[in-house]
Write a new protein. Structure first.
Ligand code: SF4
Ligand code: SF4
Length: 86
């Protein structure tokens, strides 16, 4: 059943609604090259890039849709792409 205006009323639903299943390209982040500028973290439209307890950035592939904005915004080419394997 579709709700009015397709609104999802259940709180916290974004955690369940994973967005990464239809990706064509998978970004790969190399922490050896990363200078921790946070560009990828700031520009990712899905909030799929997270900082771990060691200050390293990692990509949550459950929510990454493969738009590659992160790759294009990285000043040191620490993010590359591979074709997604299905
Ligand atoms: S490819 Fe797009 S969605 Fe995935 S981590 Fe990069 S900016 Fe975010
Ligand atoms: S944009 Fe590149 S250098 Fe900056 S935090 Fe992300 S991976 Fe690291």
């Amino acid at each position: 059943m579709v709700t009015i205006a397709a609104i999802i009323y259940e709180p916290g639903n974004s955690i369940k609604n994973k967005t990464g299943s239809w990706r064509t390209f998978r970004p790969i982040l190399d922490n050896e090259k990363c200078v921790k500028c946070e560009n990828c973290y700031i520009f990712c439209p899905e909030g799929a890039i997270q900082e771990d307890e060691n200050g390293n950035f990692k990509i949550n592939y459950d929510y990454c849709k493969g738009c590659l904005i992160c790759m294009n915004e990285c000043p040191v080419n620490a993010i590359t792409k591979v074709r997604e394997e299905k």
